[in-house]
Design a protein around this ligand. Structure first.
Ligand SMILES: Cc1cc2nc3c(=O)[nH]c(=O)nc-3n(C[C@H](O)[C@H](O)[C@H](O)COP(=O)(O)O)c2cc1C
Length: 214
């Protein structure tokens, strides 16, 4: 990668087209709250530059001691079938542990799960040993990175859903992504365009959720 490529990457957050973005704080807060998860996504998919812009936002997540305890793996096209095969291996191993055998229907359903979107961005932890930053802080930083990514993809006109599922940290899936024993797959961010409009979120009563102290 040339120096100019690197600089272009660094600038990718600034280069997002903000024409459609809310311009005042009230509108921006409403926009953040309007994000909805959408299943069964299709093309158009984000371009490589749009994906990189979203990852650049993810990498601005709060990150104690700047450890960058996360990595991003983008799965597209035929690679989604290889991910599906890893999920099937994980499902078979999980079933075997419980003395069960998967039906062909379950195998097929599991194999095709990654086809529910044209792009899947997997966010994994890359825990660093640090005496002041315990693993739980690094895991939380990965969660914050995922949320930044969801909003950056929405800002560019795409829908997403943050999935994990019961297979995501099974050994076969971790091995597929090269994730170590002390690390976690924190998200499969399914990304694309929904054929449906995002439903309006019902107002959330925050009163029982908060307590002010003074
Ligand atoms: C860590 C995490 C894992 C999740 N895994 C799944 C999942 O595997 N499948 C799923 O349907 N939703 C999953 N969800 C929930 C959706 O991402 C979403 O938040 C939920 O459906 C509510 O929809 P909303 O985002 O429109 O409010 C997960 C959420 C989180 C935070």
């Amino acid at each position: 990668m040339t120096t100019s490529d690197k600089n272009n990457k660094k600038q990718s957050i600034q280069s997002i087209n903000t024409d459609d973005m809310p311009v005042n704080s009230e509108a921006m807060i409403g926009w953040i709250g309007s994000r909805r998860s959408m299943g069964n996504l299709d093309t158009p998919a984000p371009t490589r530059a749009q994906i990189e812009a979203a990852i650049a936002c993810a990498a601005t997540a709060p990150d104690h001691k700047k450890l960058q305890p996360w990595r991003f793996i983008v799965t597209e096209g035929e690679a989604r079938r290889q991910l599906g095969a890893a999920l099937v291996s994980a499902a078979k191993a999980q079933a075997a542990q419980q003395g069960e055998v998967l039906t062909e229907k379950t195998i097929e359903k599991t194999h095709t799960m990654p086809l529910r979107a044209p792009v899947i961005i997997t966010v994994v932890t890359n825990m660093q040993a640090h005496k002041k930053v315990p693993p739980f802080e690094q895991l939380l930083s990965a969660g914050a990175a995922v949320q930044n990514m969801l909003l950056a993809l929405k800002a560019q006109g795409f829908s997403t859903v943050w999935r994990t599922g019961l297979l995501c940290n099974e050994p076969a899936v971790k091995a597929y992504f090269g994730v170590g024993p002390d690390d976690y797959i924190t998200a499969f961010v399914y990304t694309g365009t929904s054929p449906k409009d995002e439903p309006t979120r019902k107002p959330i009563d925050i009163e029982p959720l908060i307590r002010f102290e003074s």
